[in-house]
Design a protein around this ligand. Structure first.
Ligand code: AMP
Length: 279
């Protein structure tokens, strides 16, 4: 596995691959890798000739300085995991390589960027778009892999590619969960054993919502879900929403194409999760 830190070097790697007609699969991450990340890498490996995985904790997508500071970092362990997973290139740039000049652009990410996570975390999606677009320009992958765990982010990256006419296929990969149902996340490392137990109530609520979905509309499902979450000690709910999976808007009469989205804090750690309700 090559470890590359310089933007110019990964750009040259990409040019070489492209001149040899090799397809590049790209998996962007912020490190503290878990099986969810490794599933994206496995998908990239199965569909491309070369797999690049980046580890970069992007400051511009954190809307709280304390969250950026405490984000888990474990570069040596991560590099071992990437090597074992058969990644061809680990791209681990410094901030100055990614942002040689500060990026002050406001990206056009469509209506879905302004609501839900966009409203709760001002600037977050613009920061995500800024780093992903920069990586896409440097690495020029054929395909890029994103987890459906960050469902709204996945929709926004699809909009980024469409609105800026980037010639990259975006592949969405299913959520990997712990045996308890808890969606795997780097942030789970910040939870105590008790906290993890409490956090498994989030996915439990999603499962219960899904089992009731055929019989109820959005308002009733949201009420039931919120009641369940609020009854759990240690869960501080930010939102629990039933929305259309394409527009992320509520449609009270619909019983198709719905997704339940939630954000909650457990032990001060902000967790998100989601589940499709009608498939
Ligand atoms: P992160 O390092 O948290 O920025 O995540 C990097 C990529 O891994 C994103 O596309 C995430 O959606 C994806 N990812 C994170 N957790 C999971 C999971 N439990 N299952 C599948 N993909 C995930």
């Amino acid at each position: 596995m090559q470890i590359i830190k310089a933007a110019s070097e990964i750009h040259n790697f990409s040019l070489k691959c492209r001149s040899n007609f090799l397809k590049i699969g790209f998996v962007p991450t912020m490190g503290a890798l878990h099986k969810g990340h490794l599933s994206l890498i496995a998908a990239a490996k199965s569909e491309n000739d070369q797999t690049v995985c980046s580890i970069f904790v992007n400051p511009s997508q954190f809307n709280e300085a304390a969250d950026f500071e405490k984000y888990p970092r474990q570069l040596d362990t991560d590099l071992k995991l990437l090597e074992e997973a058969g990644v061809d290139v680990a791209f681990i740039p410094d901030v100055t390589e990614v942002y040689p000049h500060p990026d002050r652009k406001n990206y056009d990410l469509g209506k879905v960027a302004a609501i839900i996570e966009g409203a709760h975390r001002p600037g977050h999606f613009n920061g995500v778009a800024s780093v992903v677009k920069r990586f896409f320009e440097i690495i020029r992958p054929h395909r890029a892999y994103f987890g459906l765990k960050d469902y709204q982010q996945y929709l926004i990256i699809r909009n980024l590619v469409k609105n800026y006419a980037l010639d990259i296929e975006i592949v969405g990969c299913p959520i990997l969960r712990e045996n308890s149902g808890l969606a795997m996340s780097s942030r789970n490392q910040l939870l105590s054993a008790d906290g993890r137990q409490v956090a498994s109530q989030l996915s439990e609520t999603l499962v219960k919502t899904k089992s009731a979905a055929a019989d109820h509309g959005a308002a009733e499902l949201e009420k039931r879900g919120l009641d369940l979450l609020k009854a759990k000690e240690g869960v501080d709910v930010e939102y629990f929403l039933i929305v259309d999976a394409d527009t992320l808007k509520t449609n009270p009469d619909s019983k198709s194409n719905r997704i339940a989205l939630l954000a909650a804090r457990v032990e001060g750690v902000r967790l998100i999760d989601n589940m499709f309700l009608d498939k």
